[in-house]
Design a protein around this ligand. Structure first.
Ligand SMILES: C[S@@+](CC[C@H](N)C(=O)[O-])C[C@H]1O[C@@H](n2cnc3c(N)ncnc32)[C@H](O)[C@@H]1O
Length: 183
């Protein structure tokens, strides 16, 4: 059976650069942040965003307990405001849409801010950089975020980026993801 998380790493791993700058646009419990911190190493830097204080607390604990490099900045703000914090090219950006596992499901990512953040992220992406966006179509807002992303990402010039979608087509409510790779 296909393991989507292993596939995330497969796509991301080909683009991670020691010393690079990476962004976790949906910090949550910090697992993707930790992966990015370890991948870019001591000389790199990771910025992670979340609108929930609990995500900052959980992620800071995970990063400190893991002994990963002190190469991170945790930002308590919407990812839609990313350009207020970052203006250098990024080698990788991760969106893991939806809600914080174990927390209030009403606090979920939403089309308007997701669209603004993805637009900004596309602009920040360095040559050979990757944007990975995991979508959860099993709830209504997640389904609509997926539709919005499909419409936007299918319009990206194929001369500039390669945009792939990995979906289990006989399980349409299962999570799927987009990988946008800059040439
Ligand atoms: C599925 S969780 C992310 C899981 C995380 N990547 C991990 O490894 O644990 C989605 C997160 O997005 C956050 N979120 C929702 N809207 C947001 C926004 N506008 N900006 C930043 N984060 C947001 C939620 O608070 C939640 O923590």
């Amino acid at each position: 059976m296909i393991d989507l998380l292993a596939m995330h790493k497969h796509f991301l791993g080909a683009h991670m650069k020691k010393g690079g700058t990476a962004v976790d646009f949906t910090m949550g419990n910090g697992h993707d942040t930790l992966y990015l911190c370890e991948s870019v190493g001591d000389e790199g830097h990771v910025y992670a965003f979340d609108i929930q204080e609990q995500a900052i607390v959980n992620t800071e604990k995970l990063l400190r307990d893991s002994g990963c490099p002190l190469n991170w900045t945790l930002i308590h703000d919407s990812h839609a405001n990313v350009l207020n914090y970052i203006n250098q090219p990024i080698c990788a950006g991760i969106f893991n849409l939806g809600w914080l596992p174990g927390a209030d499901r009403q606090v979920t990512t939403r089309r308007e801010s997701t669209a603004a953040a993805v637009e900004a992220a596309l602009g920040l992406l360095d040559s050979d950089g990757i944007l990975l966006i995991a979508v959860y179509p099993g709830h209504e807002e997640g389904r609509l975020e997926g539709e919005m992303l499909e419409a936007r990402l299918s319009k990206v010039s194929r001369y500039d980026m390669s945009v792939s979608k990995l979906q289990i087509i006989n399980s349409p409510l299962s999570p799927y993801f987009y990988a946008a790779e800059r040439k």
